[in-house]
Design a protein around this ligand. Sequence first.
Ligand code: SF4
Ligand code: SF4
Length: 157
Amino acid sequence: MRLLVEFWRPNTAQEVTLVLGEKDFRRGPSARPVPYGLTMPYVIGTACVDVMHKACVLQCPVDCIYEGARSLYINPDECVDCGACRLECDAGAIYYETDLPDDQLPHLADNAAFFSEILPGRDAPLGSPGGAGRLGRVGADTPLVSALPRRTTDGLG
Ligand code: SF4
Ligand code: SF4
């Protein structure tokens, strides 16, 4: 089925219409409750740490996937919930919030915290910068990601 998404690009007065392809990227009704009460439709998990090849960034229609030091993070306020990034991530690092396996659940709050908490070397939260390209590489991570062991050729640790 052809999926047509219309949205307002943040911080601009320009309306754009987007054709994402022949698939319906959205998931069905939630399979499990979200424990944190957050609005965070798509979440980047551990599999992105120390990978960061940014294939997902190229697919994001609103440029809301931001670059930390060792991982990427989706801005929950800017994401339009299209799912294009998840299809592009061959590392399997991107989950719909209700599909997160138990060991990835901490990344739900963590992705949001990247924007709502003060990161190392900064004096204020990032908030909603309105575009990862405009902001550039942040170069810092959340405590959760920073504490993960460095990835080796056969995985983490
Ligand atoms: S495509 Fe996946 S592994 Fe690559 S940068 Fe994006 S989230 Fe990380
Ligand atoms: S689902 Fe992924 S590609 Fe779509 S807006 Fe959100 S972060 Fe960007």
